[in-house]
Design a protein around this ligand. Structure first.
Ligand code: SF4
Length: 227
């Protein structure tokens, strides 16, 4: 598994995939990456401290992802990230958090004292599909509720059961955010399946997003170079 990479298009940044405690939500029907979660803080920190040694600060921007929320990192790992931020002159961080932590994001902001882009995996703004099928546990009804807390929604496309209309709507909605990530769903060990026809349609219609500086588009889950 590769845990360090650089994103050299769009917002240039280093990215680390750290180990975390079990995702507090842990019920999304399409998710099997929580298999990277661990209950042993010592083991988590050992991995994370090694990964963080790679960060050079060359872009002044660091993204930290962890197969859970930033709140599931250990205290020692958070302190180590902060040390890296100070030593390597990092001026902006990207973190990810589940909706359930929306009222705690300021804790992270005041701890790190640099601007943070908070990402949230919403997968889709279609409430029925998000909650009924994907079981995301993010029970907002309107994107403006998300906007109150988060900077950057991550949406998923190409899942069986999703429709072109849902995706078109999601692509419209993400324009209201300063940043967004679009993931094309890849089959994994869960029951949720990719819809190849829908993916083909999407790639043809939305390939121009590759040139949109505000949108990261991941044709494969490992396109950020980690995973
Ligand atoms: S919130 Fe994220 S890590 Fe947790 S189960 Fe859902 S997709 Fe997986």
């Amino acid at each position: 598994m590769n845990r360090y990479s650089k994103i050299i298009n769009k917002i240039k940044r280093e990215i680390v995939l750290l180990k975390a405690r079990p995702c507090k939500w842990g019920r999304c029907t399409f998710c099997d990456y929580i298999e990277d979660n661990d209950r042993d803080d010592k083991r988590i920190d050992e991995v994370n401290f090694e990964v963080l040694k790679n960060v050079s600060g060359e872009f002044g921007v660091l993204e930290v992802i962890d197969s859970a929320s930033v709140f599931e990192l250990t205290e020692n790992t958070l302190r180590e990230i902060k040390k890296v931020v100070e030593e390597k002159n990092i001026k902006r961080l990207f973190f990810e958090s589940h909706w359930i932590y929306r009222n705690r994001l300021d804790e992270i902001r005041s701890f790190f004292k640099v601007p943070i882009t908070f990402k949230i995996g919403v997968e889709t703004f279609d409430n029925d599909f998000r909650e009924g099928v994907l079981k995301k546990g993010a029970n907002f009804k309107d994107y403006r509720e998300v906007q109150k807390y988060f900077d950057s929604p991550c949406v998923m496309v190409g899942i069986k059961g999703q429709t072109k209309e849902m995706i078109d709507k999601d692509m419209e909605i993400i324009k209201n955010f300063s940043h967004a990530t679009v993931n094309i769903f890849m089959n994994n060990s869960t029951e949720i399946k990719r819809d190849e026809e829908l993916v083909k349609w999407f790639v043809e219609k939305y390939r121009y997003l590759e040139d949109d500086p505000h949108v990261d588009i991941l044709f494969e889950i490992t396109d950020f170079g980690v995973g």
